[in-house]
Design a binder for this molecule. Structure first.
Ligand code: MG
Length: 494
């Protein structure tokens, strides 16, 4: 054992950060011996708008992701891992609170004009980790409110370096993104995009040159955070700004992929993952750190070659078809999560908070949450199943559009967007048209692309899932059927 590891262990002993883990019976029933077990560091790398097949280990062809592939070889791939909603702010709210975002009043993507954000009454993953003495940091895109009371530093994060909302929410820069006329008008009312360090704006007017360095900047700060906190437990949240449009890449990856700008951007994100894994190794922390990689929603398909791919899934961002909500997910924790394993059980980002709470011995929030403990699946326990009878997919204001139970996905009648003509190219989006989905049933075990509606063949399944939908309407409401829901909570307001 190195001196660093000894110091770390001493810290954990005196702080009590590790004790609760040891006290939990059956936490690692099939894993290695409990000796040496202590509170793990938590690293969550959360990319923006990356598609299901935009990682080598998930089928990417035109660019290489050696570090993510290594992470998958050393850990577990999750092939039915969902975000709660197919859009930035709602997705992040779910990840950080363990709640369906409509339960806590966060929908859509908050813009520079938003007057609300995450409610101080909600317990975030960072606050949960802090309750056990963790150092906490977020580097990248926050997107849960940009007014001071909503900033990460008011919600459990010791450190924040990043932007408050999406990188396209800035005044028009025609030299960078030549947007169509309608889009340009919409964007002219936006203020300049600021860069925050803590609660201070350190750059009030981010330029294209600044954006090119974002992936590198956030990675460097993440590595520095790991180095500085090697002797105490930490939670590092790295929500990269990329590959959300407009796409930017640093010189070191410009022109490196076979797929153009989008591929270059993913290769730089992969480099970032490698730098984080290297930092853990250099500090002797690999075996003490749970690393999770996933993305906030599917690809923005109207951007064509500047969007990723959700193949073989249907549709992308902004829809509750699989391409909008099913994400590539990899988890790695040597010795605790089996190497080279795959889990196809349906899970969701809301499960991370309660699972991490159990791993670090922290108390769950007093308020109702929706996520469940998925550690038995992460640990590869034989016969482990998804703890969810059903996962709900809401979108827009509060529309219950779909649900998944086991291998079945029930689509409820709703309007959705779809590309009809050619997608856009080189930063210019194409338009969407609206289509109507009916009451449809898909067997995802044999039809991952949601191509064949089998509702007529399985009326009993449809009936069972409709009853589950009714439970959600009672609890969370549903704008489509004009239901309020009993258990929704308001967002934080100015
Ligand atoms: Mg996104």
């Amino acid at each position: 054992m190195t001196d660093q590891q000894q110091t770390r262990r001493d810290f954990l002993k005196t702080s009590g950060a590790g004790a609760a883990v040891l006290a939990l019976p059956g936490l690692f029933p099939s894993g290695p011996s409990l000796s040496g077990l202590r509170s793990p560091n938590i690293v969550i790398i959360y990319t923006d708008d990356q598609g299901y097949s935009d990682v080598g280990a998930f089928g990417a062809k035109d660019f290489d992701t050696p570090n993510l592939d290594r992470m998958a070889a050393d850990g577990m791939r999750f092939t039915s891992f969902y975000v709660a909603q197919p859009v930035c702010s709602a997705s992040r709210a779910a990840l950080l609170t363990g709640c369906y975002p409509n339960r806590i009043g966060i929908t859509g993507a908050l813009g520079p004009n938003a007057k609300h954000g995450i409610n101080a009454q909600e317990l975030t993953l960072a606050e949960l980790c802090k309750s056990k003495g963790y150092a906490t940091a977020v580097f990248g895109k926050w997107h849960l409110g940009h007014h001071p009371k909503f900033l990460p530093t008011r919600h459990g994060f010791d450190e924040f370096l990043g932007i408050p909302y999406s990188n396209d929410m800035w005044p028009l820069h025609p030299s960078i993104v030549d947007l169509p006329e309608g889009a340009a008008k919409r964007k002219r009312g936006y203020p300049d995009l600021p860069l925050f360090d803590g609660e201070r704006i350190v750059n009030p007017k981010i330029t294209a040159e600044d954006q090119k360095e974002f992936t590198t900047l956030f990675t460097k700060r993440a590595v520095d955070f790991i180095d500085r906190n090697k002797d105490r437990p930490f939670f590092l949240y790295l929500p990269h700004v990329m590959p959300h449009v407009p796409l930017f890449v640093s010189e070191k990856f410009e022109g490196k992929s076979r797929q153009g700008r989008y591929g270059d951007v993913i290769m730089e994100i992969d480099w970032s993952v490698g730098r984080v894994l290297d930092a853990l190794k250099r500090n002797g922390l690999e075996d003490d750190t749970l690393v999770i990689f996933t993305s906030d929603n599917g690809p923005w398909l109207s951007y064509g070659n500047h969007a990723g791919s959700s193949r073989p899934l249907r549709e992308g961002k902004g829809t509750t078809w699989e391409g909008g909500v099913r994400e590539p997910c990899i988890m790695r924790w040597p010795g605790r999560i089996p190497a080279g394993a795959t889990c196809d059980e349906p899970l969701m980002t809301i499960d991370l908070l309660p699972t991490i709470a159990k791993l670090i011995g922290a108390s769950l929030p007093a308020r109702k949450i929706d996520g469940l403990d998925i550690w038995p699946l992460m640990a590869g326990e034989p016969g482990a199943k998804s703890p969810h009878e059903v996962l709900y997919f809401y979108y827009h204001r509060n529309d219950l559009e779909a649900l998944r139970s086991g291998k079945w996905k029930l689509i409820l009648p709703h309007r959705y967007r779809s590309l009809t003509g050619k997608p856009g190219a080189d930063g210019k989006p194409a338009g969407y048209t609206q289509k109507m989905a009916g009451l449809e049933l898909y067997d995802l075990s044999s039809d991952i692309g949601e191509t064949t509606n089998v509702a007529a063949e399985h009326p009993d399944v449809v009936k069972r899932l409709q009853a589950l939908a009714e439970q959600a309407r009672d609890d969370l409401g549903d704008s489509l059927t004009k239901r309020e829901g009993k258990n929704r909570r308001p967002p934080g307001k100015l």
